[in-house]
Design a protein around this ligand. Structure first.
Ligand code: GRF
Length: 213
C-alpha cells in the first residue's frame, strides 16, 4: 500500500475527508505548521501520528522547510497532501518530492490562484466556480491538474454560502484523487498534463445553473 503524510494549518476538514474515505493509502502522519490547528486533535483521536513544525520558530522559509522535510522524511511517505496548508513552500522543498505533492485549491484553476478565491470569483461575476486538485510545482497554485469540480454561483450568494458549496466538492474530489493515486492510475503526459487511466468523464463532472422549467 502506498503511504502519505498530510500537511495542515487549520481545522483540517479536507484531512478528515481524506482519512475517512479510506482511499487505500496508509496515512502515516499529520503535520501542522500551527500548534493550535484544530485538525491535530482529530488526527490523534484516529490514531494517526501528529507533529508540529512551527513556522514562527524559524527565521526563514529555507530553515522552516528544512525542518518540515526532516519531519516528513521520518515517515518516508509516497505522497504529501496539502490540506489547507497555508505556507508557501520553497522550490528546494518541492523539488525534493517530485510529482508527489498534491494540493486542493478552492477555485477552478488557473482562475483565481492565491487567497480570497470566493470573494474574487463573486466580484468577477463568474457563473461557475469550484475546486481543483493539482500536483504542486514551484509556481503557486499551478501545476498539473488531477481533478476539478464546478459549482454554480447563485444569485444572492454570500461568500460563506459559496465557500460551503465549494467545500462540499473539495471533500468529494480530494478523496477521489487519493483513490486514483492509491490505485496507481495517475499518469503524466509530458510535464504539465495528468490523466487518470480509465476514468472517462463522470456524469456529475459539473453542476451548472439552469433556467427553471
Ligand atoms: C479549503 O478551502 C482549502 O481548499 C483551502 O483552505 C481551506 C482549508 O479547509 N486551501 P480545511 O482546513 O481543509 O477545513
Amino acid at each position: 500500500m502506498k503511504s502519505a503524510v498530510i500537511l495542515i494549518s487549520g481545522r483540517g476538514s479536507n484531512m478528515q475527508a481524506l482519512v475517512e474515505a479510506q482511499p487505500g493509502l496508509d496515512f502515516r502522519a499529520v503535520i501542522s505548521n500551527r500548534p493550535a490547528a484544530g485538525g491535530l486533535p482529530w488526527a490523534a483521536s484516529r490514531g494517526i501520528e501528529t507533529r508540529v513544525v512551527d513556522h514562527k520558530a524559524h527565521p526563514s522559509r529555507e530553515s522552516f522547510d528544512a525542518a518540515l522535510a526532516q519531519a516528513v522524511d521520518a515517515f518516508a511517505p509516497d505522497y504529501l497532501f496539502l490540506a489547507g496548508f497555508m505556507r508557501i513552500l520553497t522550490e528546494g522543498f518541492i523539488h525534493r518530492y517530485p510529482r508527489s505533492i498534491l494540493n486542493i485549491h478552492p477555485s477552478l484553476l488557473p482562475s483565481f490562484p492565491g487567497l480570497d478565491t470566493h470573494r474574487r470569483a463573486m466580484e468577477a461575476g463568474v457563473k461557475l466556480h469550484g475546486a481543483t486538485v493539482h500536483f504542486v510545482t514551484p509556481a503557486l497554485d499551478h501545476g498539473p491538474i488531477l481533478v476539478q469540480a464546478a459549482v454554480p454561483v447563485l444569485e444572492g450568494d454570500t461568500e460563506d454560502a459559496l465557500a460551503a458549496r465549494v467545500l462540499a466538492q473539495e471533500h468529494r474530489i480530494y478523496p477521489q484523487a487519493a483513490r486514483w493515486l492509491a490505485a496507481g492510475r495517475v499518469e503524466f503526459r509530458g510535464a504539465d498534463v495528468v490523466q487518470v487511466r480509465g476514468s472517462g468523464v463522470a456524469g456529475d463532472w459539473a453542476i451548472a445553473p439552469r433556467d427553471p422549467p
